[in-house]
Write a new protein. Sequence first.
Length: 145
Amino acid sequence: MANNFINDHDFSDLMGFHIRDIIELLLNKGEFFSVLTNIADISFDPPLPAEICDDFKPITLFVIAEYTFESCSIDDENLYFEAGFGHQNIGSFITIPLNSIVQIIIENTPIFINLSLKQKSKKRDNNIDKSTNIFLSNPENKSFF
């Protein structure tokens, strides 16, 4: 039953609305935050060099603070910001689809967890699926649904 619900398109849309609303609130309050996101869905403009991209994990943490926070904006579908990467601080504009955000974190505390399994992903990583299935198979996690 719970698995059907978290796979539901309406539930996925609701998670996306919550993500947008929370990030808008954080931006309006000037609160720095981080997002854990599915790296396969993110676009970089200009593209980053391979030696930087190769270091990204399937689920990658982006810290939205200081200049990155100042450059941050959001619309109904995406989160946008500019950040520097690597030792040379190579700049790129990042676009993250909201439904690809797995967690929103303030300091070290997750304030939002996207439980939707119907995240919009260009290529869904097997590690994410395995992690989700492990989470769902633990009877103690049923209280989250």
